[in-house]
Design a binder for this molecule. Structure first.
Ligand code: GLU
Length: 549
């Protein structure tokens, strides 16, 4: 029996060769600067911040270099599949304007010449390589049972030797072709293992774009490449896929870094060109106890993408934040160019933190705050309405009913060099402007400790609305009238004078303005009172003054 006979017995239906596949998936016609990279999730239907960051970076480097970003679905592990898992991933990515140039485009469509892009549809391709490896003595069938493997392990433990299926412990490695042939004919269960060519005493250098040179011992473990059900493991499938899809850069989580010696060996044994690697650090957070730990999709609400949607954080703001944690120099770039877009900035592998990125929700919210402050009132209105239609129907109906009025509210202190930054998210807007809607402004109490004499308050308000307030007044006239009102009640109209002789007065003009402010908003702090009064209009002001408790 020859290896060829054995390979034919194991793969009777494989007729294509690895050379056929080389022809079928030729090198891409791109120049060296164009990066071909991918996002390769399992179809678990859930993208968390860590995954989103990798996909975001992969998409960004492809776009920066006019290359290709593709989506590959790695579904060789059936246990991790969920219903509509692919669509959920695609939708989440699309929400952040990450749309693959190629690959899986929806649950049932794929685009591109290098597919299929779903691993479960690539079984025939994997078989071609598995057959080739058997035929060329690069892999072998292994019949060890669970018990055999346990025995090897306990033997190694007893001798304090390195654990694993390698050299002398790899019992099936040197099995004769005849024996293997006979056992397969007898329908014995087997896996296919790599016949490792590595030497643990030797070193292999991994050139990682983020980490620089990382040195590992060579891999000498005869890893399983194909499971007993014929399905390849990640390591085997990824090497074949990334080669045939002509990936130039593999960007993935640092948990894969220690597998690179194995992957390099596979690339070399199969005669594939080795792609460039960038292993991205974990996304971390400082928890309540000040401990730095991995951002957890179980424990941390901010790890879920849905959190930002529910909170009404603009997607652009999340993207800007992702860029700041992707590249340490982006924040300075953004400070220098506050209105710049992500497309204006070029991603740099050297500026990625190798030790992991710290996820800071407060910082993200602050970016959101700045971003919202630069929107037009109409944009704020549209976003706020969209958010409210999903999460606060009552507020949505008020926004719809009073569209122009609401836009005017959003316009207060907006069109100026330093716009107000009250709104940090769209979900927070109502808490800042609720009092502008009579529907919410019912049965409210006047609550300000400094001037709280009910009689005096009602006299001040009465006098203001009957003797002073005129909606037509410009801002200076309006303020002069408040000064006059203040004087007439014994409050100092002039702040400088008040600071010099506070004992001569009951208070100052700002106290009087606050009485009016509290009466119409319930709060001592609000945006421009002049604008608020103008928007409310004389009748509603009067009404609020009369109904104050
Ligand atoms: N399916 C692997 C994962 O989800 C992908 C790793 C890679 O990008 O190569 O971690």
């Amino acid at each position: 029996m020859t290896r060829k006979d054995l390979a034919n017995l194991m793969f009777p239906n494989v007729t294509e060769t690895i050379y056929d596949l080389e022809k079928k998936y030729p090198k891409r016609k791109l120049d060296d600067s164009q990066i071909v990279t991918r996002y390769a999730p399992s179809p678990t239907g859930f993208i968390h911040m860590g995954n989103l960051l990798s996909a975001f970076i992969a998409n960004k480097v492809a776009k920066d270099t006019n290359g290709i970003f593709y989506l590959r679905i790695e579904d060789t592990d059936n246990k991790r599949k969920v219903e509509n898992g692919i669509s959920k991933i695609i939708d989440d990515l699309a929400n952040f304007s990450i749309v693959p140039d190629e690959g899986v485009m929806s649950e049932d469509s794929q685009k591109g010449e290098y597919g299929p892009y779903i691993q479960s549809e690539r079984q025939e391709i994997y078989n071609v390589y598995a057959k080739y490896m058997i035929e060329n003595d690069l892999a072998y069938p292994c019949f060890c049972t669970e018990t055999d493997l346990e025995n090897i392990r306990s033997n190694q433990e007893a001798k304090k030797e390195r654990i694993g299926y390698y050299s002398k412990y790899a019992t099936c490695r040197n099995m004769s072709v005849d024996e293997a042939y006979r056992r397969i004919e007898n329908k014995e269960k087997y896996v296919i293992r790599l016949k490792s060519v590595g030497d643990f005493e030797k070193r292999v250098v991994v050139n990682d774009l983020v980490r620089g040179k990382v040195i590992f011992p060579e891999n000498d473990i005869d890893h399983v490449l194909v499971k007993s059900d014929g399905i390849p493991v990640y390591h085997f499938a990824h090497v074949i896929d990334d080669h045939l899809m002509r990936t130039t850069h593999i960007l993935r989580g640092e948990e894969w870094l220690s597998s690179v010696p194995l992957h390099l060996q596979l690339f070399l044994m199969l005669g594939f060109e080795v792609p460039k690697y960038a292993h991205l650090g974990l996304v971390m957070k400082i928890d309540e106890n000040g401990v730095r730990r991995k951002l957890s999709k179980r424990k941390d609400k901010e790890a879920a993408i849905s959190f930002y949607h529910e909170k009404g954080v603009p997607i652009e703001a999340v993207k800007l934040y992702l860029m700041t944690i992707a590249n340490s120099n982006f924040e300075a770039f953004l400070d220098a160019n506050p209105t710049a877009k992500i497309e204006d900035f070029k991603f740099d592998f050297k500026k990625v933190s190798a030790s992991g990125t710290l996820f800071d929700l407060d910082k993200l919210i602050n970016i959101s705050r700045n971003y919202i402050s630069r929107l037009t009132a109409l944009e704020v209105y549209n976003y706020a309405l969209k958010w409210a239609l999903e999460f606060d129907k009552e507020f949505a109906s008020l926004l719809e009913k009073y569209k122009d009025y609401s836009i005017s509210i959003f316009n207060i202190e907006r069109n100026q060099k330093k716009p107000r930054k009250d709104y940090d998210t769209f979900s927070s807007i109502k808490s800042h402007i609720w009092y502008m809607y009579d529907e919410y402004f019912t049965d409210l109490e006047y609550n300000w400790a400094k001037i709280n004499d009910k009689k005096e308050i009602s006299e001040i308000l009465d006098s203001y609305i009957n003797n002073y307030y005129d909606i037509e007044d410009d801002k200076d006239t309006w303020f002069n009238k408040i000064k006059e009102l203040a004087s007439s009640f014994g409050y100092c109209p002039d702040m400088k004078e008040y600071k010099l002789n506070p004992d001569n007065y009951k208070g100052n003009v700002s106290d009087i303005a606050t009485v009016i402010r509290v009466a119409v908003t319930t709060s001592t702090m609000s945006p421009d009172l002049y604008e608020i009064l103008k928007l409310l209009g004389t009748d509603r002001i009067k009404n609020r003054f009369i109904n104050i408790k």
